[in-house]
Design a protein around this ligand. Structure first.
Ligand SMILES: Nc1ncnc2c1ncn2[C@@H]1O[C@H](COP(=O)(O)OP(=O)(O)OP(=O)(O)O)[C@@H](O)[C@H]1O
Ligand SMILES: [Mg+2]
Length: 383
C-alpha cells in the first residue's frame, strides 16, 4: 500500500552480490532489506518467520536447493510473496509466476533498476493476490434504514455455508453489528489491530467468532473511538482480511464519506441497497453519478431492491428509469421474521431457510459465488 515500506529478503550465497545490493538500497528508504539468507533450504522457514513482501533469489545458488527450486518452494508455501530471480545474461531465466518467478533481474544492475523492479513486482503481486484471494462486497446506500445491516449479516451467513467469510462492520461510529448481535462491549474491534504491520494471527485474535460460523471484524464499542481508525488502518486491515477469507462482506454506514469510500474503493462489487422510497432512489441516482466520476467500472456496481413487494405506488420500470440502472436482485419484506430474528441477534437465513426472504438472499449468495468462480478461472487462464 502507498507509503508503506517494502520488506525485502535476499537469498544469495555470494557475499559481494549481497553487499552490492545492500549498498544500492542504502540510498533510499522505501525498500527495507531484512536479511540475507545464504542457503536455499533456509529460504522457506525464513520467509515464514520474517514475512517479507518480496524475495530476491539468486538463480545460481550453490548447494542442495537451486534458485529455481527455492522460488517454487516459496510460491507454494506463501503465494502472496513476490519473487524476483537474479541471474546473469549467460544463464537466461524465463519469467513464470506459476513457478514462483514473478520477474527477472539481470546482472549487472543499477540502483535504479533494482528499486524500480522491486517496487513494480511488489505492486503487481499484491494486486494479483488480492484479486485471486477473495471477493469483497460492500453494501452501500446514501440513505439510512434501507436494510444494509440486516442484508449484510444474512448474506454473509448464507455465503458462510461452504466458504470462509468475514463480515466487516463498516459502521465505525455506531457499530450496527454489535447492536444486532449484542456483542459484549469488551469484544475487540478494528481498533485493537496493530497500526503497523498486521499479521494473520493478530486478526485471528481480534475477529468475533459468530455462532453462525462467520467471522466478524467489529467496529469500536464507543462513538468517539471511530476517530482512532484512520483510512490507512482500514486499508491495512482489509488487505490482510482478503488474504484469509474467500468472501468479505462490508456493512457500510449511510452516505459517501471518506471512510465509506475506503471500503468502496477496496471492494470488487458494490451492492447498492434501496427500497421503493423516492428519497432512497434519488440518493442512489446521485451516488451513481459520483461513482462514474470516480471511474468505477459499471461491472463494479449492482443493485439490490429490498422490500421489493412494498412498492408504495412506484412501478419497477419507473424506479429503474429514475435510478438509471436495472435492478439486479430483489428481496421481499418479512417484517415479523426480520424483527424477531434481529431482536434475537440470529440469522433468519438459518432459522427460516424456506422463507422467501431467505431464498432471495441465497440467490444473491449463489450469484456472488458464480462471479467469484468465473473470476478465478479467468485468472488461472491468464499467464
Ligand atoms: N426485507 C425486510 N423486511 C422487513 N423488515 C426489514 C427488511 N429489511 C430491513 N428491515 C427492517 O428495517 C429496519 C432497518 O434495517 P437495517 O438496520 O438493516 O438497515 P440499515 O440500512 O443498516 O440502517 P442504518 O442506516 O441504521 O444503518 C430494521 O428494523 C429491519 O428489521
Ligand atoms: Mg446499518
Amino acid at each position: 500500500m502507498a507509503g508503506e515500506q517494502i520488506r525485502l529478503l535476499v537469498i544469495e550465497d555470494v557475499p559481494q552480490v549481497a553487499s552490492h545490493m545492500r549498498s544500492l538500497l542504502n540510498a533510499q528508504t522505501q525498500i527495507k532489506m531484512l536479511d540475507v539468507v545464504t542457503s536455499g533450504d533456509k529460504a522457506v522457514p525464513t520467509v515464514a518467520e520474517m514475512r517479507p513482501d518480496i524475495v530476491i533469489v539468486d538463480a545460481l545458488l550453490q548447494g542442495r536447493m537451486s534458485g529455481i527450486h527455492v522460488a517454487e518452494a516459496i510460491r507454494s508455501a506463501d503465494p502472496t510473496v513476490a519473487v524476483v530471480m537474479l541471474t546473469v545474461p549467460q544463464n537466461p531465466v524465463t519469467q513464470d509466476p506459476s513457478r514462483g518467478i514473478d520477474a527477472v533481474l539481470k546482472m549487472p544492475f543499477t540502483g535504479f533498476d533494482l528499486t524500480t523492479l522491486i517496487r513494480k513486482t511488489h505492486e503487481d503481486r499484491s494486486a494479483e493476490s488480492a484479486r485471486s484471494g477473495s471477493m469483497m462486497i460492500a453494501l452501500f446506500s446514501p440513505k439510512g434504514g434501507v436494510g444494509r445491516t440486516t442484508l449484510a449479516y444474512n448474506l454473509a451467513v448464507s455465503l458462510g455455508v461452504g466458504h470462509r467469510v468475514c463480515l466487516v462492520d463498516g459502521s465505525l461510529q455506531f457499530s450496527d453489528l454489535r447492536g444486532l448481535l449484542r456483542v459484549p462491549a469488551v469484544a475487540p474491534s478494528i481498533v485493537n489491530l496493530p497500526t503497523d504491520r498486521i499479521r494473520e494471527s493478530d486478526l485471528a485474535d481480534v475477529v468475533w467468532k459468530d455462532p453462525s460460523g462467520i467471522d466478524i471484524l467489529l467496529a469500536p464499542p464507543r462513538v468517539e473511538m471511530a476517530e482512532m481508525v484512520t483510512t490507512r488502518d482500514i486499508e491495512k486491515a482489509l488487505g490482510i482480511i482478503r488474504k484469509l477469507y474467500e468472501f468479505v462482506i462490508v456493512d457500510t454506514r449511510a452516505g459517501l464519506s471518506d471512510d465509506v469510500l475506503v471500503f468502496l474503493d477496496a471492494s470488487d462489487l458494490i451492492l447498492q441497497v434501496l427500497t421503493y422510497d423516492s428519497m432512497a432512489i434519488r440518493g442512489l441516482a446521485m451516488a451513481s453519478e459520483a461513482f462514474t466520476a470516480i471511474g468505477y467500472p459499471p461491472a463494479k456496481l449492482a443493485t439490490i431492491l429490498n422490500r421489493a413487494d412494498a412498492n408504495g405506488g412506484i412501478s419497477k420500470a419507473d424506479l429503474e428509469e429514475a435510478l438509471g440502472q436495472a435492478i439486479d436482485f430483489e428481496i421481499v419484506s418479512d417484517g415479523r421474521l426480520v424483527l424477531t430474528a434481529n431482536n434475537e441477534g440470529a440469522p433468519f437465513v438459518s432459522s427460516s431457510p424456506e422463507a422467501p426472504i431467505s431464498q432471495g438472499l441465497r440467490q444473491v449468495a449463489g450469484a456472488l459465488v458464480a462471479v467469484q468462480s468465473e473470476r478465478g478461472m479467468a485468472l488461472a487462464g491468464r499467464t
